[in-house]
Design a protein around this ligand. Structure first.
Ligand SMILES: [Zn+2]
Length: 373
């Protein structure tokens, strides 16, 4: 695929003038030199498995001839969170990239060791998203973190890191970003088009925090559950990344902006998990995306005989943005993730609209390919 230059009339200025004036030179990512106009998929070598099986980090770089920002889009930092793998596949196949300005660095599977084990963690049982910036001489996880950060992330100017909920949990599509004092990141987060933005503080050891330390605005798109595909989450994610690229000036602006395109996401004031008041079997009564009132019953948890039962009650009003799908819980386990908003209507409307926009039944866009059922 050969990106073609955009025209001056079509071009929208990048968010940062600093990015737009960078000369177009070859880019080196994980030891591989990519020239302007090249679209290259390659495997960066990683330490092999103890079985002697070789391991590598799959990377695809689209380095346009036209200057512009360098956007990292990565997924499966948690090895079992595979929605982003499919999002990146669809992005890389899109004809839109022929009009790219700048550089797209796509890494569909960052934690390849966890991915082959269908596990969130690395074989050393560490969480990659808690060990950034990592260290070349550290643990297995720390070494992978340092390699990814130094060889890939540092070559980029902006980032989107795609996650899902952990195993046996489901997340409503949402963008997480630390918005305070960062207009570029705020513009990226708002333009993504997820129904909800969680203004989430940086978590120590996360890729997002490490990127921020390097001055690289990075948002997290969270949608769906681990080890499953979710067509709405995938379509919304593909569209979201392209919207961010338009905002950064990496793609030409839309000729006509639809109502859906200009919809504002609801920004949560805060969020918190409601935990199991006792151990037992949960009968959840509220789905993901539901608005709940303060003291509303979210579910009932009890023993198999239905004798000692307890209500799980919403301690505040808000939107359910995450939920346990496994009905078996010990006391203290996280069951419902509720985000607080100023106005309920705004959040509920944004969720319904997102579902409508990206459900295969109602999506009015050109059919990308057969939906995953
Ligand atoms: Zn994750």
């Amino acid at each position: 695929m050969k990106p073609t230059p955009g025209t001056g009339a079509n071009a929208r200025p990048a968010v940062s003038a600093r990015d737009a004036i960078m000369p177009r030179e070859p880019i080196q990512v994980a030891g591989r030199l990519i020239r302007p106009g090249e679209s290259v998929a390659f495997d960066a070598p990683l330490p092999s498995l103890y079985s002697h099986a070789a391991m590598s980090l799959p990377i695809h770089v689209v380095h346009a001839r036209v200057e512009g920002p360098r956007l990292l889009v990565c997924a499966a930092v948690h090895g079992d969170e595979i929605v982003g793998v499919e999002i990146i596949r669809r992005i890389l196949r899109s004809p839109l990239l022929r009009r790219l300005r700048g550089t797209l660095v796509a890494v569909p599977v960052v934690n390849v060791y966890g991915f082959v084990n269908q596990s969130r963690y690395l074989p050393d049982r560490r969480d990659l998203n808690r060990v950034f910036p990592g260290s070349e001489n550290g643990s297995m996880a720390a070494r992978l973190a340092a390699f990814f950060l130094n060889e890939v992330v540092r070559t980029c100017t902006h980032g989107v890191d795609i996650h899902t909920a952990a195993i046996h949990r489901d997340n409503l599509a949402q963008v997480r970003a630390s918005l305070a004092g960062d207009p570029q990141l705020t513009a990226m987060a708002r333009s993504f088009g997820a129904p909800v933005i969680l203004n989430a503080p940086l978590r120590e050891g996360s890729l997002r925090a490490a990127a921020c330390q390097l001055g690289i605005p990075m948002l997290v798109y969270e949608a769906g559950e681990a080890l499953r595909f979710d067509e709405v989450a995938i379509r919304g994610g593909v569209k979201g990344v392209f919207r961010v690229m338009r905002t950064l000036g990496m793609l030409p602006p839309l000729k006509a902006v639809s109502a859906a395109e200009s919809r504002e996401p609801a920004t949560a004031r805060s969020s918190q998990w409601v935990r199991a008041p006792q151990s037992g079997i949960l009968r959840a009564l509220k789905p993901l995306g539901a608005w709940v009132r303060k003291n509303e019953v979210l579910g009932i948890i009890g023993d198999p005989f239905g004798v000692r039962e307890a209500e799980v009650v919403a301690p505040w009003a808000g939107l359910i943005i995450g939920r346990a799908n496994l009905p078996l819980a010990n006391a203290g386990e996280a069951l419902f993730h509720i985000a607080r908003f100023g106005e309920p209507g705004e959040a509920v409307e944004a969720v319904e609209q997102f579902q409508y926009d990206f459900s295969p039944e109602t999506d009015i866009g050109p059919p990308p390919e057969p939906p995953i059922q």
